[in-house]
Write a protein that binds this ligand. Structure first.
Ligand SMILES: Cc1cc2nc3c(=O)[nH]c(=O)nc-3n(C[C@H](O)[C@H](O)[C@H](O)COP(=O)(O)OP(=O)(O)OC[C@H]3O[C@@H](n4cnc5c(N)ncnc54)[C@H](O)[C@@H]3O)c2cc1C
Length: 476
């Protein structure tokens, strides 16, 4: 018998750990609510609700197959060792994490299990293509474009429910109760956090939405991106399944050129998830420090008088504010708006990317430290793909570009509901007019803030290159 420990892989289909466990004997499915999992769930009530629904759905699927989830609360290694002892299991199989804290926890668990003479099998399940499969001389890629060139050509493995899969029954093993929403600080249980909903959403998207994905990424009011991120994060959908489906969609000979570009763009998005896993895997220090060594001592600030306004969606920039309110209300924010909102925090306010990442972590359903960190560093200009200068999004120009009639802004910023924001209107001069209602005027002068930031950035780079030249000078 072998324990299969479920973590961020709350499904039975296309499951690498379950397939690896099935090869080793009858499988006892386990979910350990350890401190780090509970802390993440308690930080974000919507995340907790999603998780509670997904855990219950997994248990229900197991019961249909004559098994059930064995729940334990407590430290992971101690709980698993105890369970292995009482059931006579020979070891544990589980899915790897790639962020610094997660991979350190995996290492510790492996050491504890092996010390006790048990098998410890930590497998790659979250990525479609494991980090180690795409490398150069043992190192990972630090830029996305060459990584994507290799990723596109690399086959994706498949782990269908193995024929040999047999679930174990053991009289000495009783389960603790499933996590309740109250225990996790959730306001309710999400009804849509099941593998069935995820599979239906993927199918519907591949049948239709994916062909217009490129425009959906530029239109936050349309809600036309896949909305699969929470399912991919908690593993109610396997990224491999999504990638295989998108690759098949690309093979459709009847696609128009524009539609083909959209499907490719969707594949590129899925590949970014793998890219950030790989970046964290090859650069474990990046959960705390920027990937770019020369940016490690750049003085972002941790505090700003407008930080509270950013968090609560009251900066006076409708796109930024709508995004933050969408995230608070739903646990998800449109991808383009994420970039604008994160850029505003890092560049207009000069606030450290860690702060933004951690604020979003308290609202988001996704629980992907490696992906969140990679994206935040990327936006802040301290991570992968650094061009000479970071891209600073203009939140007003962005608003005119992706939400010209204000449909998205008005959907989330209720103070703007009755304001006419027509396509021909220039939003910037209108904004002070909001003074008459509770919605604030823009909190900063974007152009001046961006200029100041770029000057500081340039000065920092000059100091760095001077110190490199100094140390390279003869006798220096
Ligand atoms: C500052 C910042 C922080 C982010 N934090 C997260 C995070 O914590 N977790 C997360 O899953 N995504 C994160 N993203 C990436 C992206 O915005 C979301 O994945 C996307 O908004 C999810 O919506 P969707 O499922 O409709 O995505 P779609 O556009 O339909 O894309 C499909 C899937 O591809 C993956 N994907 C798309 N873009 C990215 C990307 N840039 N990086 C990695 N994977 C991507 C996601 O799994 C997504 O579900 C972040 C982006 C920014 C700019």
């Amino acid at each position: 018998m072998i324990l299969c420990r479920f973590t961020h892989d709350l499904r039975l289909d296309d499951h690498a750990a379950l397939a690896a466990a099935a090869e080793r004997g009858p499988v006892l499915p386990v979910l350990v609510l350890d401190e780090s999992l509970l802390a993440s769930l308690r930080r974000s009530p919507l995340r907790a609700g999603f998780f509670a629904g997904a855990a219950a759905a997994l248990d229900a699927s197991l019961r249909e197959r004559g098994s059930a989830l064995v729940i334990r609360r407590g430290e992971a290694a101690a709980s698993l060792l105890d369970l292995a002892r009482s059931s006579g299991a020979s070891g544990v199989v589980w899915s790897a994490r790639y962020d610094g804290a997660g991979s350190r926890a995996d290492l510790q668990l492996r050491a504890s299990l092996e010390e006790a003479g048990l098998g410890a099998h930590c497998v790659d399940d979250a990525p479609a293509i494991a980090p180690g499969a795409i490398e150069r001389d043992g190192k990972g890629y630090r830029a996305f474009a060459p990584y994507f060139d290799r990723w596109r050509e690399t086959p994706v493995p498949s782990y269908d429910v193995p024929l040999l899969l047999q679930f174990a029954h053991h009289p000495n093993v009783e389960s603790e109760p499933l996590p309740s929403p109250e225990e996790l600080g959730a306001t309710g249980v999400a009804a849509d956090s099941t593998p069935l909903v995820a599979a239906e959403r993927l199918q519907a998207f591949l049948a239709n939405g994916v062909r217009a994905y490129a425009s959906a990424r530029r239109d936050p009011s349309e809600d036309g991106t896949s909305r699969l991120s929470a399912h991919l994060s908690w593993g109610t959908l396997s990224l491999r399944t999504a990638v295989r489906g998108a690759r098949e969609a690309l093979d459709n000979p009847f696609l128009l050129n524009e539609e083909r570009r959209s499907v490719r763009s969707f594949l590129r998005s899925l590949a970014m998830r793998d890219f950030f896993f790989a970046l964290a895997y090859f650069n474990p220090e990046t959960d705390r420090a920027p990937l770019q060594e020369r940016m490690r001592d750049f003085a972002f600030t941790a505090e700003h008088p407008l930080l509270g306004a950013w968090c609560s969606g009251r900066t006076g920039f409708p796109l930024v504010d709508a995004g933050m309110r969408q995230l608070a209300a739903t646990g998800w924010m449109h991808p383009y708006v994420r970039a604008v909102s994160a850029s505003f925090l890092c560049f207009d306010l000069g606030v450290d990317w860690h702060v933004g990442r951690d604020v979003w972590d308290t609202m988001s359903i996704e629980d992907d430290a490696a992906v969140a960190t990679g994206n935040w560093q990327w936006i802040a200009g301290v991570g992968a793909d650094l061009v000479q200068y970071p891209r600073i999004y203009n939140p007003l120009r962005g608003q005119r570009r992706v939400d010209p009639d204000g449909t998205y802004a008005r959907a989330w910023v209720h103070e703007l509901r009755h304001r006419p924001l027509g396509p021909s209107e220039n939003l910037a001069p209108m904004l002070p007019l909001y003074d008459g209602n509770p919605y604030p005027s823009p909190a900063v002068d974007h152009a001046a803030a961006a200029r100041t930031f770029l000057e500081r950035y340039r000065a920092h780079l000059l100091t760095k290159s001077a110190s490199v030249q100094g140390s390279e000078a003869p006798g220096g």
